[in-house]
Design a protein around this ligand. Structure first.
Ligand SMILES: Cc1cc2nc3c(=O)[nH]c(=O)nc-3n(C[C@H](O)[C@H](O)[C@H](O)COP(=O)(O)O)c2cc1C
Length: 195
């Protein structure tokens, strides 16, 4: 099977993060699209084909549950560092999106491979999600903000001690498209060893 490499190159290059403030908050992305995004996520590589990902999808009223949970956890956990603007953002952002997907890593109980390899596999899955929303003309972005790294958040997402919350993938209809972005010159990132 062959593919149109020019289209694939364009898809990869034109994939952009679209942030919640750029979504149309009144629009719902078709669940069939979200399912395909998740289906493509599961075709990511993973060492030993362990498939260490799990996705918790918040949509409709479910977004409110996430919003309340993350804002309240932030309030109780932030102590003297509490900022009202952060609290307000945590409460408001999920509702700007159509779907918010918690990106979870379920650690192999046998710990057959180093954790970094399972983290890498989930990251590959997220790139598939990014590319799929781009192909559909839908917005999305990966955030590791909010309660991502708080141990106390794990239970809400059905995660155990050894599991990890790796952030959230926000999906929404694009109201304001992201501008083009630059990358460092390729040659800055390569060292060739030819002989
Ligand atoms: C692991 C990871 C975590 C990220 N977390 C955040 C975040 O918390 N907040 C944010 O605004 N963007 C976040 N991003 C998105 C980046 O800001 C974005 O990928 C970067 O600016 C490059 O833009 P592009 O995705 O449009 O190419 C994250 C991206 C990755 C890969």
């Amino acid at each position: 099977m062959t593919y149109d490499i020019n289209q694939i190159n364009d898809l990869i290059k034109n994939r952009r993060s679209t942030f919640p403030k750029q979504f149309d908050p009144a629009a719902t992305v078709d669940e069939a699209i979200v399912r395909q995004v998740l289906e493509n996520a599961t075709w990511a590589p993973s060492h030993g084909n362990l498939q260490p990902w799990k996705f918790v999808v918040f949509s409709g009223e479910g977004r409110q549950k996430l919003a309340q949970f993350q804002a309240e956890l932030y309030k109780t956990a932030s102590g003297d560092n509490f900022k009202q603007a952060t609290y307000d953002g945590l409460l408001a952002n999920p509702l700007k999106a159509s779907h918010v997907i918690a990106l979870c890593l379920k650690r192999d109980p046998n710990k057959k491979f180093p954790e970094i390899e399972e983290v890498s596999a989930v990251a590959c899955a997220v790139q598939n999600m990014y590319l799929t929303v781009t192909a559909y003309g839908v917005g999305g972005y990966w955030t590791t903000g909010g309660v991502t790294y708080r141990e106390a958040a794990k239970e809400f997402f059905g995660l155990g001690e050894d599991d990890k919350l790796m952030g959230f993938f926000y999906i929404g209809a694009i109201a304001v498209a992201s501008p083009a972005k630059d990358r460092a010159p390729l040659e800055d990132k390569i060292e060739w060893v030819r002989a």
